[in-house]
Design a binder for this molecule. Structure first.
Ligand code: SF4
Length: 64
């Protein structure tokens, strides 16, 4: 599984990092970034929850 954050849509709420701080981080501009190339298997459900929880629908799964 791979994900990306559309940085134009991110409002830096931190919900995604709350679900998985192994996959998401808030950068110096206050915007979420994906910090892994491939989501670790054990984080996949957390990432799906983050996708559902993102208030601006800014996180999307990308096909590998
Ligand atoms: S949940 Fe969405 S809006 Fe909030 S920081 Fe993460 S990507 Fe940005």
């Amino acid at each position: 599984m791979k994900v990306r954050v559309n940085q134009d849509g991110c409002i830096g709420c931190g919900a995604c990092t709350g679900y998985s701080d192994k996959v998401f981080t808030i950068n110096d501009d206050g915007i979420s970034e994906v910090k892994v190339d491939i989501v670790p298997k054990e984080e996949e459900q957390n990432v799906r929850d983050a996708i559902d929880a993102c208030p601006t629908s800014t996180i999307e799964e990308v096909s590998e």
